[in-house]
Design a protein. Sequence first.
Length: 553
Amino acid sequence: MKKITLFLFIIFSQTIFSAAKITETEKLAATCKVWGFLKYYHTKVANGEVNWDNQLLEKLPKIEKAQTKEEFSLILENWIDELGPVKEIAPIPAPKDVEYFDKNFDLSWFNNKLFSKKLSKKLKFIEENRFQGEQFYVYAMEYVGNIGIRNESSEDPDFNNKDSKLRMVFMYWNLVEYFFPYKYQTDQKWDTTLEKVIPLAIEANNHDDFYKIMAELAFKVDDSHTEVYLYSSAAGSKPSYFFPANGKIIDDKVVITEILADSLAQADNIKVGDVITKINNQTIKDIIAEKKNLVSASNNAKYLDKIVQGILISKSDTVKVEFLKNGEYRTKTMIWHDYHDSHRNEFKKGAKKKRERFKLLDNNIGYVDMGIITDRNIPDMIELLKNTKAIVFDVRNYPKGTAIEISNFISPQENKFAIYTIPDLSYPGRFKWNNEGTSSGSDNKDNYKGKVVVLLNEKTQSHAEWTAMCFRASGNTTIIGSQTSGADGNISVFEFKGFRTLFSGIGVYYPDKRETQRIGIVPDIEVKPTIKGIQEGRDEVLDRALLFVETGK
């Protein structure tokens, strides 16, 4: 009797499990993964033989009706079978001298609890016999290896059709899944991001709401390179108005660092060093927290740098601003203006103070502005500064490709300073090391003998960070400043009708494989501007560099 009871219990349990319903989000997330995998792995799809977008739109209504995992798996199995047989070519030999970087790579989802064993085996077979030709939907950028996209629909989805919206979500999610080199570093697991964005995308029923969701999806890569440009559908959409100055967030306040329109600033008595504590009765601290999902940044330093731009923009031309001046809080109702008026100094000839590419400071110390010096200026720079006791290279900007030539001047020997990870389009999702990397400097007994100091901050991004790595490798460099942007590597750009976005396309590492993404370039001496220093008109980072040159500490 006990045996009969046990047998019936097992049968009953299996029946209950088999008939267990699956949620719509579970089905759609799993479908997204299968669709993306086949897009880059299946021979008939990866070579462009079938219209893969249309196939997804045809299958999604059937998937919606599936109530159990068996029904769901069968739809996917049949879909794969309809594509035709995959020729068995395994084992595919690993390329010679290739070292894989696999922190991003994980196809363990083949064993999803929603999948039948038969479906899991089909997916594994396709991986082992994957497409080996020229990918139809992506290509490698010449010389560098980051991806570009092609043959992707750039059209808006039908905002009243959830399947049409999901197609775009699935497309972008899989671009990150297979070709973003730093996916393993995102704060939120990329799988979790997919599960959270699916219901939001379904609910968004107009152009602007949907693309805001797409922007939030893109921001989840936590990459300072990532920007999202949304193209509004509304004719005569509401214009933006701007504060007539730039600022920096320090201690949950916005400190004015640069006047952009002299006459407008004077009219409201706005000066460098002024401190903003509230905008429209909302504290800067609360605004910072509120906008957290509206910016992609590799670290908090860059997040604050990016978010200040959004704080100083309004959709109304009348804005209440609370200032802290001389220990007193004062609220002023201001009129903000359009971009051209609020940024007059950028358009007015001679309004901005002229920057010098290089110069000689007091005490025989050289200074180079890396944001404006070009290759043709290097010989004159060397001639003027070669006998100084130190040169300060200011990289709180975006350099113009002069790092290698300057390194040949400051370095006594050749040094490798960066290696890379590059997408392997023959095995999508895997990245391979380019250990040859990049070297700078040369055997040069006449190299610069003085101290080399590099200034950095959160505006030091990408090529600027790469430049700092290059200079640091010379062996006689001290880096002073604060955390950099933490986004290195050539960018991949994706353009669609409704939005444009980008992310870091290759991974950049030190030769010993230490990471730079999100961490940035770590200074030897950390210095951050203070409110007091800005109000006194001092460059505290440069001041600290000059002190180091004189004292050695």
